[in-house]
Design a protein around this ligand. Structure first.
Ligand code: ADP
Ligand code: UDP
Length: 242
């Protein structure tokens, strides 16, 4: 690619709930700017978590860098500053991939099983990424019938999601964290399907193995307090891990 050291930040092309996407002087690169804004329940609950953006950028950058070393193809290029990540531009596949290892959240409600029950094998779910519709759950047949992704892309996404899960489970376990569930996004690029967006406490359920304490955005969703403290603690643990 070349010349990434000289990339300059251009105009904001999209502002989402947690990040702002900027164009850059290179047509195939973007900058993700991580905000402190927090939302839950499809944007109905709004707030800010001081320094969340700094923590999420550091955590995501570290994890994406390590996943790349494991051979996972991601959009990550480099961490430019406290709140900015340089990424390869992709066309986001409008599917949210949720991977679950432990029953929690909507799975607990849907199946009538209490939160905390270990699943005997990971469960992968697809949701249609559409805020207006509240991200409804879909399956492979919907993906095919509505042309959200090709069969080949779905195969790649599933294969990569299980590989990422295996690695993430062990990664978080080593720092005393139970990886309950999380959301992944993938995008199309000239290099093929890449893991995109972020992996941070905003999109993961992370429970302390010793205390059971929630170390993620559920603290915001459920008004548990200690928000910045928990994001800072996750940043500290993630950055110390390899
Ligand atoms: P949302 O759109 O759900 O409010 P964010 O505030 O996190 O989410 O905004 C980031 C947006 O950028 C998301 O829509 C995400 O799908 C998109 N995105 C993430 N990585 C890339 C990338 N490499 N190229 C293009 N878009 C991306
Ligand atoms: N998730 C996410 N964004 C979404 C939906 C879910 O990051 O739009 C994450 C969420 O943080 C959790 C996992 O995906 O780690 C599973 O979420 P669930 O389906 O249980 O939804 P919830 O009950 O949190 O609304």
């Amino acid at each position: 690619m070349g010349g990434t050291a000289t990339v300059t930040k251009g105009e904001a092309i999209y502002e989402g709930k947690a990040k702002i996407i900027h164009a850059t002087s290179s047509p195939d690169l973007l900058i993700q700017y991580f905000k402190d804004d927090a939302t839950a329940f499809n944007g109905k609950k709004k707030g800010t978590i001081q320094d969340k953006g700094v923590c999420n950028n550091a955590i995501s950058s570290h994890i994406f860098g390590l996943l790349e070393k494991e051979g996972v193809k991601t959009h990550f290029v480099s961490r430019l500053s406290d709140r900015e990540m340089l990424v390869k531009k992709v066309s986001i596949i409008p599917i949210e991939v949720v991977m679950r290892n432990v029953v929690a959240g909507s799975l607990s409600t849907r199946m009538g099983i209490p939160e905390g029950e270990q699943l005997k094998e990971p469960v992968l779910e697809f949701y249609y990424k559409n805020d207006d519709l509240g991200d409804p759950m879909i399956n492979r047949y919907h993906i095919s019938a509505f042309n959200l992704a090709t069969d080949e892309e779905v195969v790649t996404i599933e294969k990569e999601a299980f590989r990422i899960n295996k690695w993430l489970l062990s990664f978080f376990d080593r720092m005393g964290i139970r990886l309950v569930d999380y959301k992944l996004e993938f995008g199309r690029s000239p290099e093929g399907v890449l893991l995109a967006d972020e992996i941070s406490p905003d999109g993961c359920r992370l429970w302390d193995k010793t205390t059971g304490e929630k170390m993620d955005k559920d603290r915001f969703r459920r008004d548990l307090g200690m928000l910045t403290e928990v994001y800072e603690e996750m940043k500290r643990r993630v950055l110390a891990a390899k």
